[in-house]
Design a protein around this ligand. Structure first.
Ligand code: BTN
Length: 255
């Protein structure tokens, strides 16, 4: 078993054979005072949720579903940067655990292998009294899944499907915690994304490609130029204008 090399993240772990959604459970733990770094994980979810009200397929025995409670004392304006920290940590953990795996980060919070989604990140925040807030960082990783439900065939994948090998879920979980804590601690001391910018830039799925972004029901097309120091997507439009996109979904645009 791999050693957990953290001081807070993953030190307190609540495991459930089945949960509706680890994000929902972690939220109620946090409301009841659970501390920073506490994690809720489940073998299966009956109501796993993705972004944009989507369903997150969560069968038992094969994948990872977990949610980390964070209590960053930073400006709430910086909280949208957290999914990018998680993405950088997932990148590090997956590259370490699965040598040779080419993982790319698709802004704002997907991880892709061979153009197919292997992890999803759903961060939710809630404000509390006294200007405090907490964030639930929910992560799903398709690990030993052998057969994709047909709704996501062609758009999703798993470590097993990519490599033909099975991986220990507890080892992957520990390597994520080990990767995440130093990234998060460094970020708490920064003004912007700091050291993770390099990783986001080097392993970007969108950079240099033509993309279409849906924002407030409007579609914008342009070439992805990279990520700003504070985590926005930089989009170069045809007319030479540069747009700064702070939230939304980006798709490759194929003419
Ligand atoms: C997405 O890509 O839309 C985000 C998917 C996030 C899934 C994880 S699995 C653990 C946690 N609990 C949930 O219900 N969702 C997140």
């Amino acid at each position: 078993e791999p050693l957990l090399d953290t001081s807070r993240v993953g030190r307190e772990l609540f495991f459930y054979p089945i949960a509706v959604s680890t994000n929902a459970l972690a939220k109620s733990f946090a409301r009841n005072g659970a501390g920073e770094g506490a994690v809720v994980t489940a073998d299966a979810q009956s109501g796993g949720r993705g972004r944009m009200q989507r369903v997150w397929s969560s069968p038992a025995g094969v994948n990872l579903y977990f949610s980390v409670i964070l209590r960053p004392s930073v400006s709430p304006l910086r909280l949208p940067q957290i999914p990018l920290l998680v993405a950088a940590a997932l990148h590090r953990a997956l590259s370490f655990s699965v040598p040779g795996l080419q993982v790319l980060i698709k802004w704002p919070n997907d991880m892709l292998v061979n153009g197919r989604k292997i992890c999803g990140i759903l961060c939710e925040m809630e404000s509390e009294a006294d200007m405090a807030h907490f964030v639930i960082a929910g992560i799903g990783i398709n690990v030993n899944l052998r057969e994709l439900p047909h709704e996501i065939r062609g758009i999703a994948t798993s470590l097993f499907l990519e490599t033909g090998e099975e991986y220990s879920r507890s080892a992957l979980l520990a390597s994520f915690f080990n990767a995440f804590e130093p990234i998060y601690d460094a970020w708490l001391e920064e003004e912007d994304l700091g050291q993770v910018l390099e990783c986001l830039d080097e392993y970007s799925y969108l950079k240099g490609r033509l993309v279409e972004v849906e924002q407030f029901n409007r579609r914008l097309r342009g070439r992805a130029a990279g990520i700003s120091r504070t985590g926005e997507l930089l989009l170069d439009l045809d007319n030479g204008e540069r747009r700064v996109i702070s939230s939304g979904e980006a798709h490759l645009f194929i003419e």
